[in-house]
Design a protein around this ligand. Structure first.
Ligand SMILES: [Zn+2]
Ligand SMILES: [Zn+2]
Length: 263
């Protein structure tokens, strides 16, 4: 199971997941052209894809899901709330696999557990993927705060994609209109560095091999502020166990991350 964030941030999110000889996308919020270009950096063409999971109907996650699905005959995996609220993007898709948040499903032989995240969309969810040999990757972005459920679900993972959206001080003092600031920092908005760090510290066990910091705000965050919180969290983890270094990767809006996981 291998994962690469093709692009991540408020201007578009899409992630490639590879398992066995299969490949699929989590979200398709970049342009179709960008997604295809970035897939090619991993030697994947759209005809290699088995489908797209759509986590919620915000444009930075759903924008090209319908057009890619129609053009390449790809099934969409999502829930009813997202289908109903994302109609204008998903109209005329060839196949729809309805999932229910809280109920596991299988995609390309991989077990996926969708869990609810607090965010201002119809029925948004994070995901845990478990391979046949027990390797587990968690995926949680677009999450207003770290719920108890997220704490429970994201424990004991080998790999984690976690939102480090903004620095609270930068957001508060930045240029955004007050209404936007309020939305981002609300319990249905986006996860700030500090809360993400605390969550990471709680859930990061000895088996955690890598973390990708994702959905980073261009305007209200910096790599050094993120790393300060990540290092603090991982330092605590190091005190707990003797296993060395968890690899840290910063996702970007412009280019794909390397493939993380195992072959
Ligand atoms: Zn969103
Ligand atoms: Zn988003």
């Amino acid at each position: 199971m291998q994962i690469s964030l093709l692009g991540s941030g408020s201007r578009g999110n899409s992630t490639l997941m590879k398992y066995d000889n299969f490949a699929f996308l989590i979200d398709a919020g970049l342009s179709g052209k960008q997604i295809i270009e970035r897939l090619s950096t991993h030697n994947i063409s759209p005809t290699d894809l088995s489908g797209i999971i759509v986590t919620h109907e915000h444009i930075d996650h759903i924008k090209s899901a319908g057009s890619l699905a129609r053009k390449w005959n790809l099934p969409i995996w999502t829930n009813r709330g997202t289908i109903e609220n994302g109609k204008k993007y998903l109209d005329g898709i060839p196949e729809y696999n309805e999932i229910e948040v809280g109920k596991s499903f299988t995609i390309c032989g991989l077990r996926a557990d969708p869990f609810t995240v607090p965010h201002d969309a119809a029925d948004p969810f994070g995901l845990i993927f478990t391979s046949e040999n027990g390797y587990r990757i968690g995926f949680a972005t677009d999450m207003g705060f770290a719920t108890r459920l997220a704490n429970e679900k994201l424990g004991g993972l080998q790999g984690l994609v976690l939102e480090f959206n903004h620095d609270s001080g930068m957001l508060l003092n930045g240029q955004y209109p007050w209404k936007v600031k309020q939305r981002i920092k609300s319990k249905l908005g986006h996860l700030n560095n500090e809360d993400a760090g605390i969550l990471l510290q709680k859930i990061g066990g000895p088996e955690l091999e890598w973390v990708v910091c994702a959905h980073i705000s261009k305007e209200n965050n910096s790599e050094s502020l993120i790393m300060k919180n990540v290092n603090k969290a991982l330092q605590k983890k190091c005190e707990k166990d003797i296993k060395p270094q968890t690899k840290v990767c910063i996702a970007s809006q412009e280019k794909p991350t390397e493939l993380l996981g195992f072959i």
